[in-house]
Write a protein that binds this ligand. Structure first.
Ligand SMILES: O=C(O)/C=C/C(=O)CC(=O)CC(=O)O
Ligand SMILES: [Ca+2]
Ligand SMILES: [Mg+2]
Length: 405
């Protein structure tokens, strides 16, 4: 479509989301600064699949499975191409400025967060467990993860209340204080969302079949209260320190839009178990960044830039691992990568790393920070190249910190 080239939302991208049409949420595809109303296109008989387009979000499109996703993408590409065989129905192309704020694009079924960056795991191991090896013995053998809270996954733009919780006592044996987190942090992550009718209980998804199950990807901010986390997490892992909110982008980038960004994953040493072996270019060369606008200013500064390409564990390995015990996956399951950090200073995906555990404040837009203050706004961004050489811009994820609710 005219004007979409160069915007990050051209014909080679076509991410899925939900927009409000006459006060009703409808599935849509973003093209430039417009949304294509997929319900209107489906009602006009222009898109495959059965009833998904009448649903309030993308969950039923996700359930339709990979053949319908490919068919919808081909049909939408044709509708939006200058030389396509069909035109969108009248009124189906809506300026984004005319639709309400970003809407949650799907109903999150289950939410898992991995820990797949070697650099992040090493940095956090040093900070949380200074007296042991930073990487625990399992780390290079399986993609470590935890189950998060699906109901508190929110769309970009949702304000985030500072969590209250129990924290480590000032000295051993003293009562733990309860109060607002003073070490509120972010985690820069990339998540993938699965689709299909659901796998039967007791069956595993082979790593080689992952592509059939992955609907698309979104940027994720796994907000983390480090003081609550540090006191609660042993022996069962993060709980309330991360369950208060997780933010995702409003537009889901289809896997098909990432073909030109595929790169070979880093070599894994020692070799992994058979069920975790996967061939092909399953890493993605996405350029990611974290920007903060400190409270009381209007100036945003980028505090970290990192590539997603050298994550140690890949999406097919994460999916194969999450199901090797026979656990099911469903449409709308969200699997986040874990914090994306690189090896150098300035490539860390969290404040706890950027500030060495809060010991070395950084200056953001002229303001000193260790952890987040009320009124700070955090924005995550990501992009790569599309198959036509045009940019593919992942929907940004933003959130402003509010005092405890
Ligand atoms: O090492 C730890 O105990 C804690 C790690 C995290 O907080 C990170 C986490 O949520 C997983 C990730 O984002 O990589
Ligand atoms: Ca995380
Ligand atoms: Mg979270």
């Amino acid at each position: 479509m005219a004007g979409a080239d160069g915007s990050g939302y051209g014909l080679s991208h076509l991410p899925y989301g939900v927009v409000m049409v006459d006060g009703h949420p409808v599935p849509a595809v973003r093209i430039g600064d417009h949304a294509l109303d997929l319900r209107a296109c489906h009602r006009a008989g222009l898109l495959p699949g059965v009833v998904w387009a009448e649903h309030v979000d993308l969950t039923m499109l996700m359930m339709e499975g990979a053949d319908v996703w490919a068919g919808v993408r081909a049909a939408v590409t044709d509708l939006l191409s200058e030389d396509g065989s069909q035109r969108p129905p009248d009124g189906a192309l809506v300026p984004l400025a005319d639709v309400a704020a970003p809407t949650m694009p799907f109903t999150v079924a289950d939410y898992v967060d991995f820990y797949s960056s070697l650099h992040h795991a090493t940095n956090l191991g040093r900070l949380f467990r200074p007296d042991s090896d930073p990487l625990l013995p399992n780390w290079r053998h399986l993609p470590v993860g935890y189950h998060g809270r699906a109901g508190t996954v929110v769309v970009s733009g949702t304000p985030i209340h500072r969590p209250v919780g129990q924290q480590r006592p000032p000295q051993p044996g003293a009562a733990p204080p309860v109060g607002p987190s003073e070490r509120l942090d972010i985690e820069l992550e990339v998540g993938f969302v699965t689709g299909g009718l659901g796998t039967p209980l007791g069956t595993a998804v082979p790593a080689s079949a992952a592509g059939d199950h992955i609907f698309g990807i979104v940027l994720v901010n796994d907000w983390s209260a480090r003081d609550i986390q540090a006191w609660e997490y042993q022996p069962l892992g993060p709980f309330l320190g991360k369950s208060f909110a997780t933010s995702i982008g409003p537009w889901i980038t289809p896997l098909a839009a990432l073909e030109a960004a595929r790169v070979a994953p880093p070599e894994q040493d020692p070799p992994v178990s058979d069920y975790l072996r996967v061939d092909g270019k399953w890493s993605f060369d996405l350029s990611l960044e974290v920007a903060i606008t400190p409270a009381g200013t209007t100036t945003e500064e980028v505090i970290s830039r990192v590539s997603f390409a050298d994550m140690y564990w890949t999406m097919p390995q994460q999916l194969a691992h999450a199901t090797v015990n026979g656990a099911t996956i469903r449409a709308g399951d969200l699997f986040a990568s874990g914090t994306v950090s690189g090896p150098e200073r300035g490539t860390e995906g969290s404040l706890i790393e950027l500030t060495m555990g809060g010991r070395e404040p950084i200056t953001i837009a002229g303001v000193e920070r260790t952890f987040l203050q009320d009124g700070d706004t955090v924005t995550l961004r990501g992009s790569c190249e599309g198959v036509d050489g045009q940019p593919v811009v992942l929907a940004e994820v933003t959130g402003t910190i509010l005092p405890p609710g």
